[in-house]
Design a binder for this molecule. Structure first.
Ligand code: NAP
Length: 318
């Protein structure tokens, strides 16, 4: 099969298309003929070695989010049959979505609804799961609550914005100027260009700050929260994340302002909830560009350069 492979960290030019063996499923795995996969910033971090410098890449074929057709099943698979259209997040398994076939545990997959395209299905798992988990981390959103999303124009933010608006929240979105019109179209009530305005310095306070790009100090951030406000970190600067881990026992469980670092927990229950939200029109995946597998290195270059509105999709032909 054709696959996009890398064996050392670097820029997108370390990626190359190779012919590699089709993987066979273990007992609890299914084999997918992949039709679409999506890029996350995590793929970029794994390509460049940001997360594990010094070690060899652990997954030579990247791509955790994928959608396709079941073509083989392990001996203990009970939930899926040959020919089922499915989608899910294989970041807890062997990644491998930027290829014609991949194997993944059945408990990371759900059936794809017929009204959802393979590209839409591939866009959803990681980013929309992080969005739904962040928004519901300490109870549901209540209509009228003020929410700020920092880094709103990417994968997680575009899902979180649509979900928060559907719950009746007043949503402020922070990203670069080029993405603000798209965010307003999705329902953002207030938009802020991070290159022109510091959202922590305008005197506004929020019931929740959902931070995809955490890059402000905690002492500044706590001034943006209402007395019972929550600050949820999805991703961002390593120094701030380390500080949050250290400080969590002190400020994470207080009765008033709460700090929370979100850990990615891919699971079928959230994917099923996301299917329902897709079906009832709560959100639609925002897809910036679809690249054929042969041009996937270009997609990596684009995510690395940082101009993506929503998600990038890799479409896989057979
Ligand atoms: N918590 C977990 O367990 C977990 C698991 C997986 C991933 N993550 C993290 O989750 C995040 C993924 O988010 P994503 O998929 O939405 O990423 P994304 O698609 O890259 O979106 C991030 C957005 O933030 C914007 N941005 C860049 N610098 C900014 C700044 N200074 N202020 C405000 N916005 C800024 C980006 O714009 P540009 O176009 O300028 O880049 C982009 O629109 C990453 O940080 C990743 O590390 C967390």
């Amino acid at each position: 099969m054709q696959a996009l492979v890398y064996n050392r960290y670097g820029t997108p030019d370390v990626l190359s298309m190779r012919d590699v063996p089709i993987p066979t499923p273990k007992d609890y795995e299914v084999q997918l003929k992949i039709h679409a996969a999506s890029l996350n910033s995590w793929d970029w971090d794994k390509l460049t070695g940001k997360l594990t410098p010094g070690r060899k890449p652990s997954h030579p074929i990247l791509g955790a989010d994928m959608a396709g057709i079941v073509t083989a099943i392990g001996s203990k698979v009970s939930q899926f049959n040959l020919g089922d259209a499915v989608f899910g997040d294989n970041s807890g398994g062997n990644w491998g979505g930027f290829a014609q076939y991949a194997c993944m545990p059945e408990n990371m997959l759900v059936l794809k609804p017929s009204n959802m395209s393979f590209a839409q299905a591939a866009a959803i798992p990681q980013a929309a799961t992080l969005a739904i988990q962040a928004l519901n981390d300490s109870g549901s959103i209540v209509a009228g609550q003020k929410i700020l999303i920092n880094g709103a124009g990417g994968g997680v933010g575009t899902f979180a914005l649509q979900m928060a608006k559907a719950s009746g929240a007043h949503v402020t979105c922070v990203d670069k100027a080029e993405k603000l019109a798209m965010l307003q179209k999705l329902g953002a009530d207030v938009v802020i260009d991070y290159r022109n305005q510091d959202f922590t310095a305008n005197g506004q306070t929020y019931d929740m700050v959902l931070d995809v790009m955490a890059n402000h100090s905690l002492s500044v951030l706590k001034n943006c929260l209402k007395p019972q406000g929550r600050y949820i970190i999805v991703g961002g600067a390593t120094w701030l994340i380390m500080k949050c881990i250290a400080l969590y026992p002190l400020i994470g469980r207080g009765k008033s302002k709460k700090l929370k670092l979100l850990w990615h927990r891919p699971n079928q229950t959230d994917l099923q909830r996301l299917k329902t939200l897709f079906d009832n029109g709560t959100f639609k995946p925002i897809i910036d560009t679809v690249y054929p597998l042969a041009d996937a290195a270009e997609a990596f270059a684009k995510i690395g350069a940082g101009q993506v509105q929503g998600k990038l999709i890799i479409s896989i032909d057979h």
